[in-house]
Design a protein around this ligand. Structure first.
Ligand code: TRP
Length: 342
């Protein structure tokens, strides 16, 4: 796991429009926060940002229809709780803006199947399936449409999405070559925390693996989760010396615990003067403190569902204004009538 910002911050010129999306897996967890949300919050200071909850991507997983709406709203609460600001940024749900899927269809015309088949994520996911939905293959086309619909110039993404972004650029190039220069080729913004391991200390933190800590968990739930975290496997007894450099709990300390305390935490681990349980206790407290304000904001939002709905509706209206303008131009250049649409 990378240290804070160690993956090398990309500097994007001020004013370039930023787009990013996240799958609605419910309340955000520490991996979502360190890998994406924390960076999205600061991007708002210098950029016009669009942040989208991509529910139409999520149907390629096996999410139950009666769970999806709740997951969308829970993620929206997490967005707002950590400080994505609906006054400054456009925060919305993909399916509220039907132009995403229309543009994705039109992009089918310029996307080679061979490029889609080369995507690592597609190869990994399809390998587990007996029958592969074509949406799994076409998934990156919808992602390209998400970004290019707003003609965004920069996209904060983690390592695992770089290939999809490269394909987005390819789609923009091919479309421009055929129908005339219109779409920018969006750049990746790096500088998220990189791969955050789950509590098992092995796999990437991910909801489906059950190795997460929710950012909005109450302090006692945070402790219930953190106490299960795997530490240095060589430290079997309490007086065995530990190796902070291989311990995932220590990596999390670096993100959440006061930096002044870090040398002490590492030293006491190495000297076996502090046991793993106590070390986890400190981590749980740091995490719970870090998100105290977020929990308060989340509670307020949950108490006023009308407000949350209004924020998402307003986001969708703003997004749609942009989306319509793009689609109008795109249809015209492609010779598609689309009468009766906005
Ligand atoms: N595929 C992304 C993921 O799973 C989510 C996503 C959809 C996205 N559309 C996007 C990310 C557009 C960035 C830009 O993480």
């Amino acid at each position: 796991m990378g240290d804070e910002m160690s993956t090398g911050e990309t500097t994007v010129p001020k004013g370039v429009r930023v787009f990013s999306g996240m799958q609605p897996s419910g309340e955000a967890h520490l991996g979502n926060y360190l890998g994406a949300l924390r960076q999205w919050v600061s991007l708002q200071d210098e950029h016009e940002c669009f942040f989208c909850i991509v529910d139409q991507h999520a149907i390629m997983g096996n999410v139950a229809p009666d769970e999806l709406p709740e997951r969308v709203l829970d993620l929206a609460v997490s967005f707002l709780a950590v400080g994505l600001d609906p006054e400054r940024s456009t925060i919305f749900v993909q399916s509220d803006v039907p132009e995403h899927t229309e543009l994705a269809w039109l992009f089918n015309a310029v996307t080679p199947v061979g490029n889609l088949e080369r995507m690592t994520q597609y190869k990994d996911k399809s390998a587990e399936l007996e029958s592969i939905p074509s949406g799994l293959l076409n998934y990156p086309i919808l992602q390209a449409a998400d970004i290019l619909l707003y003609r965004a110039g920069a996209v904060p993404v983690g390592e695992d999405q770089l290939q999809h972004l490269e394909l987005t650029r390819e789609i923009a190039r091919r479309w421009n070559a055929r129908y005339g220069e219109f779409f920018p080729e969006p750049e990746a913004i790096r500088g998220g925390a990189g791969r955050i391991l789950g509590l098992d200390g092995k796999a990437k933190m991910s909801k489906s693996l059950g190795n997460t800590v929710g950012i909005l968990a109450e302090p006692d739930e945070v402790w219930d989760r953190v106490r299960t975290a795997v530490t240095d496997p060589q430290r079997i007894r309490r007086d065995d010396p530990g190796r902070p450099e291989v311990c995932n709990v220590f990596s999390l300390h670096r993100h959440f615990t006061d930096p002044d305390r870090i040398p002490d935490i590492a030293g006491q681990c190495r000297a076996a003067t502090r046991g793993c349980v106590d070390c986890k206790r400190i981590l749980a407290d740091s995490i719970a403190d870090h998100f105290e304000e977020a929990r308060e904001r989340a509670a307020e939002l949950r108490a006023s569902p009308d407000l949350l709905r209004e924020i998402l509706d307003q986001g969708a209206r703003r997004a749609r204004t942009e989306a319509r303008a793009t689609l109008k131009e795109v249809r015209e250049r492609m010779g598609i009538r689309g009468r009766g649409r906005g």
